[in-house]
Design a protein. Sequence first.
Length: 392
Amino acid sequence: MKNNMKKVFVASIACLSLGTSIGVHATTIGKEAIAISDNLKEVVEDSIISNGDFNAGLDHWIVSNPESNNPTLVTENGVSYVKAMLGENIHQYVKLRPNTTYTFSYDAAGSKNFPSKVEFGTLNHGEEFVSLQESAHNNEQWERHSFTFTTPEKDNTYIIRFSSTGNGWATFKNIDIQSEDDTSQNTLLSVGVESHQPYIYLNLTPEQFNSKQRLMVYLDGNYYFETYNGKAYYSYKDITDELVKIRRGFEGNKGEKIEVYLAPGSPGQSSAGKVLLETYVVEKKLESAATEYDQIVKDIQVVGNKVVMDIDREIFEQDNRIVLYKNDAYIAETYKGKAYYSSVKKMNETVRVTYSKGVVAGDIISVKLVGNRPGTSTTNSFQQLLATIEVE
């Protein structure tokens, strides 16, 4: 499986103040964190940005107007973000190594006429601020952004600043900086594409999966799924003798950030005090191999009150989920050489799929290539319309 993710295993909590990194090791967290760490690789690199999720309020951030309420910290549905108005900003010094490529990622929103602004540059002693990267965002809905920067040979003092402009407002959250050198192997998180659907995978040993260690996965700072005591919540599991792979589909876009935490308590209880174990940032959009969609369905027609569809035999036998709908409601499908709620007849180069439960005049029959597997929801999955027919 091609790894398209930048990954960093974090078994310590890094604190950054004016460019200085201070490690607080996981051994101070408790027995559960140590048990997890014993099964994983050691720390590769401390976090570069500190408190990028604002779970610690505005700690480690420098605000433009510390004597007022602006910028403000807002928490909604357990997710914290900063809101700045009328030119207010927050910034943080970051220590970057020379000759190293870094990926900066963050969520931002801003007013239409006075956009939010992100600036990255140097602020060396005795010098003015020198801008190296600047972006403006006027989408009033949250949007994920990222950029890369390779540091020169010279040592510099770097700063990243998030601000509002003019009479407008700006919001920021999930701020992260990762180095291309910050890699580890055999970690908890991985990704891949199955049946044209990008997935997040949480890879556990049977002992980890069946334990009372509560592992929570977040996508771009929002709760996504978790495992506890042998159960997978809001996700699906694949079990072998040596590995339990928990999966849930996602968009797989560049810049998406995935995190796994060790949390106290059990599902349904507060996750306050959870400990970050690992972070991945998507470097490249996850895509499946190209498919000639117009070559999948060879023919579709209504014979009596039955739907008869001929599809390419090779496509039928491969990892492709082909779903039939009646008036946009699921009625049947095929996947990896099997038919569900329908019958098949194999021919030389095609397979005839017959749905026999009845259709009436006016029904619209559609066929889609869908991500995910049979038995799982098609909501938010990859979907490609292949054919439609009206029952006359």
